[in-house]
Design a protein around this ligand. Structure first.
Ligand code: NI
Length: 161
């Protein structure tokens, strides 16, 4: 396993829409976990390593001593709650910045796992925000893109200074 460099915003690859995952991604996924744990973070999307494929990994609980690694290949949102919740979100590609982002409280995702099995699950709490954040990366969106224009300008100026 190899720790790979994480792209930092505004690398243009962070604004590109990713294409479906290729067939042999096991080495990539090993490296994604290694890189995520070293960062340290709880979610990482392939484009953050410059790999423009629709894959992300998440481990919600490892920081509490209970590793729960999950691999999401070609994930799609199939349902969202009407109720929104605002969380402070960080991003490994935007170090040192926490942004208040409103997203659906619950989200149902369909995806393929590392064994090729088709999975579906409804997420709440931290995991709901995390999977939506990582899925945004696959669509070329970062947390800056979830802000109002005025707030985006303000936060970009802070980030640049
Ligand atoms: Ni991120």
């Amino acid at each position: 396993m190899t720790i790979r460099p994480i792209l930092l915003w505004p690398d243009p690859r962070l604004s590109q829409v990713c294409t479906p995952a290729e067939d042999d991604v096991s080495v990539l996924i090993d490296d994604m976990f290694e890189t995520m744990y070293a960062a340290p973070g709880r979610g990482l999307a392939a484009p953050q390593l410059g790999v423009m494929q629709r894959i992300f990994v998440m481990d919600e609980l490892w920081k509490t001593g209970t590793p729960t690694p999950m691999v999401f290949i070609n994930p799609e949102i199939t349902a969202v709650s009407n109720e929104l919740i605002t969380n402070q979100e960080g991003c490994l590609s935007i170090p040192g910045v926490l942004l208040d982002i409103a997203r659906p409280l619950e989200v149902t995702l369909g995806w393929t796992d590392l064994d090729g099995a088709v999975r579906s699950q409804t997420f709440g709490g931290f995991a709901a925000a995390c999977v939506q954040h990582e899925l945004d990366h696959l669509n070329g969106k970062t947390t800056f893109d979830r802000l109002s224009p005025a707030m985006r300008s303000e936060k970009l100026a802070e980030y640049a200074s």
